[in-house]
Ligand binder design. Structure first.
Ligand SMILES: Cc1cc2nc3c(=O)[nH]c(=O)nc-3n(C[C@H](O)[C@H](O)[C@H](O)COP(=O)(O)OP(=O)(O)OC[C@H]3O[C@@H](n4cnc5c(N)ncnc54)[C@H](O)[C@@H]3O)c2cc1C
Ligand code: FES
Length: 527
């Protein structure tokens, strides 16, 4: 395995602390032959590797393919809180699922944290796993009564919770949740990889699955893997064109990593319930933790300022402007020195607050997916490891019905569709920067523009060295027009969350094909 290098594939141009701090290996050989196996898994993030780990522990033959490097996707951009305190409040989950199922939901996330803790010990994974307390504060825009409602619903779900003092200035009393956890996500992935390989599992990186069916996959380089079971763990399922993408929606979320004096603040997880004035349907919330950094400093990792992909101009703040608001909020509540990291990522919000894990709807019974894990992917992906393994080996699992991807939660559909259609409407308003013709020389370094070329919409970006990158800006999923994300230098799709690098490489599904070149003029340096 090679060392992480600058320019390695991630789903954006900013490198997260996890990616940058990782000296251990992330690349394995690419697939260069046809093969046959029991289970083929597509995706080398936490979901794919958790499924591969559980299956190899159960003695199954597994091959995993990843088109970037290990952790190239959202797992390399996460903040890695492992929690039973989910993004959606328990009193809301009770409305969608009822009290009994909500208890099972809480149990499944607690079991996922226990699973990670056991695995770290068993496999001796050096990934800074530690149990920490979590504190939930009611955002000033939320109803004061939410604290009591959530306290009662969490108690009914069997979660250890108590009322606590104010922990975020001006937010009033909070709820304290002992026994939550955190880790270094990419070091954990590395540990899983080693355990999988030790048990005879096979992992190939830089191997793109371009065709996926119930019989297996075909890679971009033309190799086939035939399998009895196919697991698609690509975050957004690239094998499911329609059904799932009507029940979840992509949000961008932002992170800063700031230096604080070592051991100056106790380790914990802090969250607020989100800004209801900003978005009453899915209020963007803040999430904060601390990580080891160096001999003199710890890293305060603060996230938030989420918005639906379509609504990048929400409050007129472009993507790259979101860090300022995040920095201001973080300064109000925590003391820190300089900011060492900035990165953003994408989360898929399911309509009812729970991930979709299990058999792919409208497909053969041997095809499985994991998606919609919102800001709780660490536990959802771990649940997927246990649940999909049970489905494959034919063992009953109490969570199968709860996470079934074919479910439709009518009670949750109204606010969800209101949110999604609002965002989509905002996205189809013509981009004010879109032009019928442009002078290529008017595109400055670091800038992107869109224009028409012989009936095709093109996007052109000039990189910092002056090279122009010109690609079709029509999404290869279902043909929506793409928008430029100036923060991560990518072409993003407001319809279902696909993303493409400025060179046109697909970096987030559901699209599974790169953008085509807009003309012969793909990489020209013009002065
Ligand atoms: C900023 C941020 C903060 C977050 N914070 C938290 C948190 O604190 N706690 C929490 O629980 N969750 C959090 N999440 C959510 C969590 O990180 C994700 O849900 C989780 O990492 C998703 O893992 P995954 O394996 O499903 O997807 P990914 O990690 O994206 O893995 C999918 C992989 O599939 C690969 N792939 C895609 N298509 C193909 C193909 N055709 N062929 C081969 N490979 C392919 C991709 O390259 C990628 O590596 C956060 C997310 C973000 C963005
Ligand atoms: S993601 Fe569906 S059309 Fe772009």
């Amino acid at each position: 395995m090679d060392e992480m290098k600058e320019g390695d594939i991630t789903s954006g141009t900013h490198l997260s602390y996890w990616a940058e701090s990782l000296t251990p290996p992330r690349a394995l050989p690419a697939l260069n032959q046809d093969m046959e196996t029991e289970v083929v898994i597509v995706g080398g993030g936490l979901a794919g590797l958790s499924v591969a780990y559980c299956l190899t522990q159960a003695g199954r033959k597994v091959v995993l393919v990843e088109d970037g490097l290990i952790g190239s996707g959202e797992t390399g951009r996460t903040t890695a809180h492992l929690v039973t305190v989910l993004d959606d409040r328990y009193y809301k989950l009770e409305k969608n699922f009822g009290v009994e199922k909500t208890k099972q939901i809480a149990l499944s996330h607690a079991a996922a944290i226990d699973f990670v803790e056991r695995t770290v010990k068993k496999e001796n994974i050096d990934c800074d796993f530690e149990r920490v307390d979590g504190y939930l504060s009611i955002h000033p825009s939320d109803e004061a009564a939410s604290l009591k409602k959530e306290h009662e619903a969490c108690s009914r779900a069997g979660i250890n919770v108590s009322e606590w003092d104010e922990v975020l200035k001006g937010y009033g009393r909070s709820l304290r949740f002992p026994g939550q956890a955190q880790f270094h996500p990419v070091k954990y992935l590395k540990g899983l990889c080693e355990a999988i390989l030790k048990k005879g599992g096979k992992i190939y990186t830089q191997t793109h699955a371009s065709e996926i069916s119930h019989e297996g996959i075909k890679t971009l380089s033309g190799h086939r893997i035939k399998a009895k079971h196919v697991v698609v763990a690509t975050n957004s399922p690239v094998n499911n064109k329609y059904a799932l993408h009507l029940k979840q929606y992509a949000y961008r979320t932002y992170v800063i990593g700031a230096l604080i004096k070592k051991d100056s603040l106790y380790k914990a997880l802090w969250w607020d319930t989100g800004d209801y004035k900003m978005n009453p349907e899915i209020p963007p919330y803040h999430y904060v933790r601390i990580s080891k950094y160096n001999d003199t400093h710890d890293l305060l990792i603060s996230g938030g300022e989420d918005h639906p992909i379509a609504d990048t101009s929400n409050n007129n703040i472009p993507e790259e402007g979101r860090y300022k608001a995040l920095e201001e909020w973080t300064r109000e509540h925590f003391h820190f020195e300089n900011i060492a990291y900035r990165w953003s990522g994408q989360v898929l919000e399911p309509m009812d607050g729970l991930a979709y894990i299990g058999r792919n709807p409208f497909d053969q019974d041997n095809v499985y997916i994991v998606t919609g894990d919102s800001g709780n992917g660490m536990t959802h992906c771990t649940i997927a490891g246990m649940l999909i393994t049970d489905l494959i080996i034919g063992k009953e699992n109490p969570w199968e019905e709860i996470y079934k991807p074919s479910r439709f939660t009518l009670k949750a559909s109204k606010p969800f569709f209101k949110e999604v259609f609002g965002a989509l409407l905002a996205s189809i308003k013509k981009d004010p920067d879109h032009k019928d013709h442009i002078q290529v020389s008017s595109v400055k370094k670091g800038q992107a523009k869109q224009f028409e070329l012989e009936g095709e919409t093109c996007g052109v970006y000039r990189d910092e060295e002056g090279f122009l990158h010109m690609v079709s800006s029509t999404c290869t999923h279902l043909g929506c027009k793409l928008k430029w994300n100036n923060d991560e230098k990518s072409w993003d799709c407001a319809c279902h969350g696909s993303r493409f690098s400025f060179e046109g490489k697909v970096i987030n599904g559901p699209a599974n094909k790169d953008l085509s070149a807009c003309s012969e003029l793909v990489k020209v340096k013009d002065h």
